[in-house]
Design a protein around this ligand. Structure first.
Ligand SMILES: [Zn+2]
Length: 250
């Protein structure tokens, strides 16, 4: 279990109020937020894998939080579809099915190209610099071979775009879709496939900087197709091997 958290460049601090934390006193809400962020970062860095049981007692020990507080965090993660709550069995990191994985990418293809186009129309020079700084962080993580950070930073790039667009609704939506994508990658990644293909974030920023909304949208569509294409989404949900396809090639 993660006891420390690398500071996420785009820490999801603004979403607490929308998920019920608004009724909590400020100190309690921020303690919940810290536990939530630790778990979220661990999911995004693939340190917590799909299907992992989240043992309440263990989390209470490690965080010093009460069971009630841990349950509030689980409820929030369940609301975001990152955790599955099973009656009498507890909380598990979600295991999105192939169908859910496809739906996540379909939703991302609907939303994110338009976001890229919006940015091409309105992003200031300062905002473009912050996108470039983020991509540099991705490069540094890649250079030092820190795959966990590369995966997390790749996802956070997409959240950063929504933040920069200044649309809180989109930001929340994309944050949830990106977190789900991280789980989907742990389940369906082909061995050795990259998180977000190198250079594509940079090409996207170049189009945004040129104020070329059509190219920015097209590059985002392609980029999302590449990520989905790097996954093996032919696995059957039941876990029963697909003998038909295994023998079709022989
Ligand atoms: Zn990407």
């Amino acid at each position: 279990m993660a006891t420390t958290r690398k500071k996420a460049a785009t820490a999801p601090a603004a979403t607490a109020a929308a998920d019920g934390a608004a009724e909590l006193p400020a100190a309690e809400a921020s303690a919940n937020e810290a536990i939530y962020l630790n778990l979220l970062t661990a999911i995004m860095e693939h340190r917590l894998l799909a299907g992992t049981k989240l043992v309440e007692e263990r989390l209470c020990e490690v965080t010093g939080a009460s069971r009630a507080r841990i349950r509030q965090v689980f409820a929030r993660l369940a609301h975001e579809k990152l955790v599955t709550l099973v009656p009498n069995r507890g909380a598990f990191i979600a295991s999105p099915t192939v169908e859910e994985a496809r739906q996540v990418f379909q939703a991302r293809r609907v939303v994110e190209p338009e976001l890229a186009a919006v940015l091409a129309r309105q992003a200031t020079a300062a905002k473009i610099r912050s996108m470039r700084r983020h991509v540099q962080e991705e490069d540094h993580a890649r250079t030092r071979g820190d795959r966990a950070a590369v995966i997390r930073l790749s996802g956070e790039f997409h959240i950063l775009l929504a933040e920069i667009a200044g649309n809180a609704i989109l930001e929340k939506l994309i944050r949830e879709m990106v977190s789900l994508t991280c789980l989907i990658i742990t389940l369906y990644d082909r061995p050795g496939a990259p998180a977000c293909p190198e250079h594509e974030h940079r090409n996207l920023i170049d189009a945004i900087e040129r104020r070329d909304a059509a190219s920015a949208a097209a590059l985002m569509t392609e980029h999302l197709q590449h990520i989905e294409g790097s996954l093996d989404l032919t696995v059957r949900d039941s876990g029963v091997p697909d003998f038909h396809s295994i023998f079709a090639r022989s």
